[in-house]
Design a protein around this ligand. Structure first.
Ligand code: B4P
Length: 190
């Protein structure tokens, strides 16, 4: 089994690179962002609560996303491995993930961090907002708030994996294929 964390600020390319990893390795993507958007689309109570926070560029409470991940792990016991995309986003989430995987004896093999500067992130998200209509991508103020949340609450998660010698950094600027080449080179060494 191969369990990976794909890490990086909003718009760094996590979702994009996850798709390529699914195609190449048959890993199962667990994207908390996609799960939350699905709850919103279904109009559930959880979705309604999440929408308010996401539209403001804020993180959804840890207990909510940890619960969603725990359910997915239980429901997919036969998966060949998981790509955690957009999770963990806080140190508390990283600690909870370690506990969940400990009980399965399948720890995280590595965290791959996509490095992209703030200006490029803003540019990419505004472009996607124009094409997809995603509310949290449409407004420059919300995008800046998401980047700030990332710097305040999510960036420290990198140290959590650095301390376990599981941290790998990749330049997230360039063609999607070239970036996948760098991601792949790391995975082949894991
Ligand atoms: P996510 O859905 O995880 O949103 P994201 O970080 O914006 O997505 P991603 O980084 O995957 O985007 P991608 O680069 O693929 O989260 C949304 C919200 O949900 C959060 O703000 C938060 O409120 C909530 N949430 C989610 N998980 C949570 C958690 N664990 N805890 C608490 N709250 C949580 O794509 C960006 C764009 O760039 C695309 O248009 C893509 O085509 C483009 N792109 C990708 N690679 C490129 C490249 N190399 N060059 C040029 N463009 C590129």
């Amino acid at each position: 089994m191969l369990n990976l964390v794909l890490f990086g600020p909003p718009g760094a390319g996590k979702g994009t690179q996850s798709q390529k990893l699914i195609e190449k390795y048959g890993l199962m993507q667990l994207s908390t962002g996609d799960m939350l958007r699905s709850e919103i689309a279904q109009g559930t109570a959880l979705g309604l609560e999440a929408k308010k926070l996401m539209d403001e560029g804020r993180l959804v409470p840890d207990a909510v996303v940890i619960g969603m991940i725990s359910n997915k792990l239980d429901a997919n016991k036969d998966a060949v491995g998981f790509i955690f995309d957009g999770f963990p986003r806080t140190v508390a989430q990283a600690e909870a993930l370690d506990e969940l995987l400990k009980s399965k004896n399948e720890p995280i093999a590595g965290m791959i961090a996509l490095e992209v500067g703030d200006e490029e992130l803003e540019h990419r998200l505004l472009l996607r907002g124009r094409d997809s209509g995603r509310a949290d991508d449409a407004n420059p103020e919300v995008i800046r708030k998401r980047i700030k949340e990332y710097n305040d609450k999510t960036a420290p998660v990198a140290d959590f994996y650095k301390n376990q010698n599981k941290f790998y950094s990749v330049n997230g600027i360039g063609s999607k294929e070239d970036i996948f080449g760098s991601v792949n080179a790391i995975i082949e060494k894991l």
